[in-house]
Design a protein around this ligand. Structure first.
Ligand code: FAD
Length: 500
């Protein structure tokens, strides 16, 4: 450690983001003498609706050395094999964005290129025939990934659904056991130095908390990054106009499905997330297109009697102009908002933390280091934005003003370029390090009904009589694993983690 080392960190906010940050930093900085304090208000609640995740959450939990079985039990977690989208391209049609592998590469060509040629030859193929995750999901079953098994089990991946309030509580206990100091108090304001850096936090009782480095996990208000440092916000409402949500839990009407259901509605979409003890539901909608009362009626008509009073939430889609400003990094809702269609927000907390470790500062706070962090996260946010916009802009729906507007609205140039490449030749331009692989893009492009004008010419080098013979064998392998797998309910009842 140099004498310029960070010796104290103050985290404001005790939601999912705050406690994830506290857990990882406590783990990473143990033995350095760096003191970590988390301040959470007893009166300002957490948003409490982040319930669906993507597979890297399991890596995060492993990294912070959480006992996964205990976590699954304590957070009422279920397994998630992907997302099923209903009524997005056309009313009555649905498609899958499953996790894990899809078919096999044939003569080194990824399977989705083979798929395009097979489709032009009239072969009747569905994603769940070749994606074990989608097939298990459709059957309400679950199997653990098995890298040694060969076949589709080797490429299976999954994530979790969990109760966000219980996650914050679990991680709080975890982080406190690792030495994080928790103050249940409210921050009134940040005191700035002459150079604009944060000097201290003044609590509402007048006490001050001083640290070298501050992490803003205060939620949408962005207490430090925005209210104190006035970093600015880039508004993406023109591309993603949904700005409100109503969340309401219901009781299970059947066994819990091992996937998130995202159903397009008149002016947005509805999520259905099965947990062990209840089902999480919510309607994400555009206030320009529907009023709150009508949205609530539409939600209740779809989900039935809620177990608790429906909660209304407001947000502006976009991101902070900088995620790291002077001696403050914003994580979670304080850093920006993307609607939870692809469960990216909690992942962005993980990703922001990993990048923070890659760019961990000393007390000189080198501007070039801060700029590198911001560049990396801006790129990630923008790719996630484009991926979410794709779910809307490719719609063929014209049954409500909201959907007609989505089909006609302008889209980011970066997305237009990806879509044009796909339309031309079925290729997908992903960049190194991007979370969503070409396969993820394929599922949504295909599911939304986009068809390439031509397939990859190298697929023509394969003997297609052989390919036609391989396809039913692949589908049979998937069907066999599904038939041998337990129901999702039984897998949960086993009480043990089946995560690899
Ligand atoms: C409708 C909706 C659905 C979502 N669904 C998903 C999903 O399925 N998957 C996903 O990955 N993400 C989802 N998200 C996002 C996800 O909920 C958040 O990214 C995640 O919960 C992190 O929230 P947070 O910790 O940043 O903020 P919050 O949960 O809002 O926590 C803020 C914390 O700051 C504290 N605080 C605020 N002001 C002060 C103050 N002055 N002094 C002291 N403490 C203060 C509060 O007490 C609280 O502890 C969803 C978000 C919304 C709005």
């Amino acid at each position: 450690m140099t004498d310029r080392a960070i010796k104290s960190i103050a985290i404001v906010g005790g939601g999912t983001a705050g406690w994830m940050a506290a857990s990882l930093l406590a783990q990473t900085l143990r033995g350095t003498g760096c003191a970590i304090t988390l301040i959470e208000s007893p009166d300002i609640g957490i948003v409490g609706v982040g319930e669906a995740t993507i597979p890297p959450i399991l890596d995060f939990l492993k990294l912070i050395e959480v006992d996964l079985d205990a976590f699954l039990q304590a957070t009422q977690a279920t397994f998630k094999l992907g997302i099923k989208f209903q009524d997005w391209s056309r009313v009555g049609e649905s498609y899958w964005h499953p996790f894990g592998s899809f078919g096999v590469s044939i003569d080194r060509r990824p399977f989705h290129h083979v798929w395009h040629k097979a489709r032009t030859e009239g072969l009747d193929m569905a994603v769940p025939d070749f994606s074990l995750a989608a097939a298990l999901g459709e059957a309400g079953r679950f199997a653990p990934p098995d890298p040694r098994a060969g076949g589709p089990l080797a490429g299976l991946r999954h994530a979790l659904h969990f109760d966000a309030a219980l996650v914050a509580k679990f991680l709080r206990d975890h982080a406190e056991r690792r030495g994080v100091r928790r103050l249940e108090r409210e921050v009134a304001r940040a005191v700035l130095r002459d150079d604009g850096f944060i000097d201290a936090l003044t609590l509402t009782d007048g006490e001050q908390v001083k640290a070298d480095f501050y992490i803003d996990c205060s939620g949408l208000r962005g207490l430090l990054i925005e209210q104190a440092l006035e970093t600015g916000y880039e508004d993406w409402t023109r591309w993603l106009p949904c700005d409100r949500a109503i969340a309401a839990p219901t009781a299970h009407a059947g066994p819990p499905a091992p996937y998130t259901l995202a159903v397009a509605q008149d002016a947005g979409w509805r999520w259905k997330i099965p947990l062990r003890h209840r089902v999480g539901n919510g309607y994400v909608y555009a206030s320009q297109a529907i009023d709150d009362e009508t949205a609530l009626s539409e939600l209740l008509a779809a989900i039935g009697e809620p177990l608790a009073e429906p909660r209304k939430l407001r947000f502006t889609t976009g991101r902070r102009k900088a995620f790291w400003n002077r001696n403050c990094v914003a994580l979670g809702l304080a850093s920006g908002f993307l609607e939870p269609l692809e469960s990216t927000s909690i992942h962005l907390v993980c990703s922001g933390l990993y990048k923070l470790l890659d760019h961990f500062p000393d007390r000189d706070f080198a501007p070039s280091n801060i700029a590198a962090y911001n560049r990396a996260l801006v790129a990630e946010y923008e790719t996630f934005r484009d991926f979410i916009v794709l779910h809307y802009c490719a719609t063929a729906r014209d049954d409500t003003p909201f959907w007609r507007d989505r089909a006609e609205a302008s889209i980011p140039d970066s997305l237009a370029e990806r879509m044009e490449l796909y339309r031309a030749c079925g290729r997908i331009d992903t960049r190194p390090g991007e979370l969503f692989t070409d396969l993820s893009w394929f599922y949504v492009l295909e599911g939304m009904g986009l068809r390439p004008r031509a397939h990859d010419p190298l697929v023509d080098a394969s003997d297609f009589r052989q390919v036609r013979a391989i396809l039913p064998r692949l589908a049979q392998q998937v069907a066999t694993v599904v038939a041998q797998s337990p129901t999702h309910q039984a897998a949960l009842g086993a009480g043990r983690s089946v995560a690899a």
